[in-house]
Design a protein around this ligand. Structure first.
Ligand SMILES: Nc1ncnc2c1ncn2[C@@H]1O[C@H](COP(=O)(O)OP(=O)(O)OP(=O)(O)O)[C@@H](O)[C@H]1O
Ligand SMILES: [Mg+2]
Length: 457
């Protein structure tokens, strides 16, 4: 089975699908994808295909994970009467984005009830609209169609794990938090943590793994989630209004008896389908970081691309669990102090900084003295690397138009080179996110002028 674009659908099913998806912000008629046997798929004219989502096959130069992310769909339709087949939850999972929807349409109501129940019982899906009859079309004598709507709500398939995130994150609906789906981030289960530890440290004894997992689940993760809830409220208050919806807004939380947060509910910043240029990504990310640093006085400390979203054409930051307040004195709290010390020793960002320092690729005094500290310059350092080479998040990879060796890529690389290795390392020109943003604005203006000149010639 494979997925191809909309021309395969019977007109009545297409109309039904358009009605069902009409309220979804990402929905465009050309984004409807029909589930059908590959052999029956007629060639889909290239211009009707969404740019960033090739209908089938693996786009050149992408890893399997990246190409799955690039080809996963937001709006899949199964016309079970036409195909005679019902895709299983396991088949559908990798074909849908996180939050993507599957519309099942058929005249066989009994079968629809059974299949819908199967999805409802599956941990990765939510039965958003239970089976219901569709409106009668002009052929009122024909047996009536029925439909059910299902949404993928988990990031990972059962048993699947990743090094890119730790917490148990899923989409949920709760009328008390408002209409639609929100993100629920919760402390992972003891079992999941122990399993992951076992994979990372296969030689550790079961007793050691157990005690380590217990500490993480009962002490460490709740501390970080509690801090994240706190930072989301600081950001909601202190960020200038135009930046506020570029970070999640806390909607509610559930606490353990000791007062720590065990579940945090927040707004869902839905990943876009339309991409942006590398320069636009760099401009937006540095502008947002400048606001987070200078207005909210928050240092993120984990600005990996995995913690960035492109939503409604805007770069957003998430995952403020490891953040600190500018000037915060962590050492007053011994437990926090040791947690942050451990994080500093193990974090990918700090290790990269150490490697680049040793190899002479990082010479700026400002950045060198931030190594191992909870300093704004750490965010600046890592963001500078991300905008130079924005490829490490499979979900973002196809949304950022990064052309290695292009004029823009070279210009950004040159600018970042100056941040990391300024001509005078003791007096770098670019020392804050706002400085870098300003330099990118000039770069963008220069590029626009030379484009205009070339146009006139
Ligand atoms: N508010 C949100 N909007 C959109 N996507 C989100 C949101 N919160 C989380 N996600 C998705 O869930 C993933 C994991 O969430 P998050 O980064 O907050 O936790 P984590 O990575 O497990 O935490 P840690 O960095 O401690 O391992 C993110 O990479 C992102 O894909
Ligand atoms: Mg994360």
């Amino acid at each position: 089975m494979t997925a191809a674009a909309d021309p395969l659908l019977a007109p009545a099913v297409r109309r039904l699908a358009r009605r069902v998806f009409a309220g979804e912000s990402l929905f465009r008629p050309e984004r409807l994808t029909v589930w059908g046997p590959a052999a029956e798929s007629p060639a889909v004219p290239a211009e009707t295909r969404p740019q960033a989502i090739p209908a089938v096959g693996q786009p050149a130069g992408l890893t399997e994970e990246e190409s799955l992310a690039a080809t996963a769909q937001d709006f899949l339709v199964v016309d079970a009467d036409a195909t005679g087949e019902w895709p299983t939850p396991e088949d559908v999972f990798p074909r849908l984005t996180w939050g993507g929807q599957l519309l099942l349409v058929t005249r066989d109501r009994d079968r629809l009830d059974q299949v819908a129940q199967r999805y409802a019982r599956h941990d990765c899906f939510d039965l958003e609209t239970p089976p219901a009859p569709a409106r009668r079309g002009v052929r009122f004598w024909a047996p009536r169609r029925h439909h059910a709507l299902i949404r993928r709500v988990t990031l990972l398939a059962p048993g699947q794990h990743t090094d890119r995130s730790t917490f148990d994150v899923r989409l949920v609906r709760d009328a008390r938090l408002g209409p639609g789906y929100v993100v629920r981030k919760q402390v992972p289960t003891h079992r999941r943590v122990a399993k992951r530890l076992h994979e990372r440290f296969p030689d550790a004894t079961p007793d050691l793994l157990l005690s380590r997992a217990t500490k993480l689940v009962s002490k460490v993760f709740p501390v970080f989630l509690t801090r994240e809830a706190g930072f989301l409220s600081v950001l909601a208050k202190e960020l200038p209004p135009e930046y506020r919806d570029r970070v999640p807004r806390a909607l509610g939380m559930e606490k353990a008896p000791d007062g720590t947060v065990k579940r945090l509910y927040m707004t869902w910043l839905r990943m876009d389908r339309a991409g942006m240029s590398q320069l636009d990504f760099a401009l937006q990310a540095t502008e947002l970081l400048a606001a987070v640093h200078d207005a909210a006085k928050v240092v993120h400390l984990d600005l990996r691309l995995d913690n960035m979203i492109i939503s409604e054409g805007r770069v957003c930051f998430i995952d403020f669990g490891s953040s600190v307040q500018v000037g915060e004195n962590i050492s007053r709290n011994p437990m926090l102090h040791s947690l942050f010390e451990e994080m500093m020793n193990t974090s990918q960002i700090q290790r990269t900084m150490g490697r680049m320092k040793r190899s002479g690729r990082l010479t700026s005094d400002i950045l060198l003295s931030a190594h191992g500290k909870m300093d704004r310059a750490v965010d600046m350092f890592y963001l500078a690397l991300q905008i130079t080479h924005p490829v490490s998040n499979p979900e973002l990879r196809h949304l950022i138009d990064y052309q290695k060796g292009s004029a823009t890529a070279k210009a950004i690389k040159g600018l970042v080179g100056e941040i990391l290795r300024p001509p005078d390392p003791e007096r770098p020109r670019l020392i804050s996110a706002a400085d870098v943003h300003g330099a990118l604005v000039s770069l963008s203006a220069t590029q626009a002028t030379s484009r205009r000149r070339r146009g006139r010639r």
